[in-house]
Design a protein around this ligand. Structure first.
Ligand SMILES: Cc1ncc(COP(=O)(O)O)c(C=O)c1O
Length: 382
């Protein structure tokens, strides 16, 4: 079966958060991480079949839904989990906030590596916990963890480590040796490791494999909360269906306790879509990856040829989000500048980068949209 990622699907005037931001303005939205593609036909068919029944009561997944997740994780990552380890969540931002409250007290610290998806820093803050950030360093065209700085950042108040694996926004797939060193670090300092693996099914470099952090060793599994979701890969974030996977019963109980009474249950369409995503959409996912690789290559080629002052400093190994260094443009507010010229990007400062130095562009769009966005960016700098 072939899939069409090129035909534009009009989203202006719909309930799309991405498109509403610039309603009434000629600005192409290349910011929040959802894609302008229709979800896989198998997901839409599953939801349509569910709608046909016409009853939308309180939902609880049927056995085949967790069984499908269990099978997918074993097949894709060699990770043998049990259905009882799954904690369903309406979103991973919720999941990060819950983790901060469950495992750190007010005033205690959550360590993370920047630049990073902004809720890694805002989630602790929301409940009076303290985010502590350690910047990556760029060495020989690769983002590296600054191990010395990481050791220096730990205090007796540090309780949690938030890892993004693969990493948004630097698009890095962590290697086994790096993950093992991080795991050793967390064990030595008795930190709970939250591994957000929402982008794990979006590896662009065919030579790389996602390593689920919890598969490294039984010791680290016992201290790890893994976050996963079908939302990014299959473009269903609006269905609010995500997962925490926690093998250790005590850790899981502590986590679930922190959700009690305040975290909404997952809705019926979310469960339906999740099962179809992990069971019936592998051919669609492979076609998507091929298309995204094409978008990434188009971007990189365009920058080198037409906009050499904007650079992607390290290989883009995963995700559909590219991290652009715009320092050389000398713009005080690159976001406002590009918006004025019809392109809506994400501000690197929100991810912990110095103001004016980085922007993030979302490549989850048709090639035609990407082409037009880059043409506008070139005009903006002419
Ligand atoms: C690393 C990471 N975690 C979590 C999320 C959001 O997850 P959710 O929509 O389930 O809250 C995103 C969205 O871009 C993300 O990049």
């Amino acid at each position: 079966m072939t899939f069409d990622f090129d035909t534009p699907v009009p989203r202006a005037g719909t309930d799309s958060q991405k498109w509403q931001k610039y309603a009434g303005r000629d600005v192409l939205p290349m910011w929040v991480a959802d894609m302008d593609f229709k979800s896989p036909p198998a997901i839409t068919a599953a939801i349509q079949a569910r709608v046909a029944q016409g009853i939308y009561g309180y939902a609880r997944p049927v056995k085949s839904t967790p069984d499908t997740v269990v099978a997918a994780l074993e097949q894709r990552y060699g990770w043998k989990i049990e259905a009882s380890w799954l904690v369903w969540l309406p979103g991973l931002v919720v999941g990060l906030n819950v983790a901060a409250q469950a495992f750190a007290a007010v005033g205690e610290e959550v360590l993370t590596l920047t630049p990073v998806y902004p809720p890694f820093m805002s989630a602790p803050k929301n409940s009076g916990r303290v985010p502590v950030t350690v910047p990556f360093s760029l060495e020989a065209g690769r983002w590296r963890i600054n191990w010395d700085a990481l050791e220096c950042a730990v205090t007796p108040r540090t309780k949690l480590f938030f890892l993004c694996n693969p990493h948004n926004p630097i698009a890095r797939v962590w290697r086994r040796d790096e993950l093992e060193r991080l795991a050793e670090f967390c064990l030595r300092h008795k930190l709970v490791l939250c591994s957000d693996e929402i982008h794990c099914d979006l590896i662009l470099d065919p030579a790389l494999r996602h390593i689920a952090t919890a598969t490294l060793s039984p010791e680290i599994a016992a201290r790890t909360i893994t976050f996963m979701a079908p939302s990014k890969t299959y473009n269903i974030p609006g269905l609010g269906t995500s997962l925490a996977i926690i093998s250790d019963p005590a850790l899981r109980a502590q986590y679930v306790r922190a959700t009690a009474g305040i975290v909404a249950e997952v809705n019926t369409f979310g469960f339906t879509a999740c099962e179809a995503a992990y069971r019936d959409c592998e051919d669609w996912r492979q076609a998507l990856l091929a298309y995204l690789r094409g978008n990434r290559d188009y971007l990189l080629d365009f920058l080198v040829r037409e906009l050499p002052a904007i650079t992607v400093e390290a290989p883009m190994e995963a995700t559909y989000l590219a991290w652009l260094n715009v320092t050389a443009l000398g713009l005080k507010d690159p976001i406002a500048h590009f918006e004025k010229h019809g392109v809506g990007l994400s501000d690197g400062a929100f991810f912990g980068a110095p103001k004016g130095h980085y922007v993030r562009i979302n490549l989850g769009c048709t090639r035609a949209t990407l082409t037009e966005a880059l043409r506008r960016m070139k005009t903006a700098l002419a």
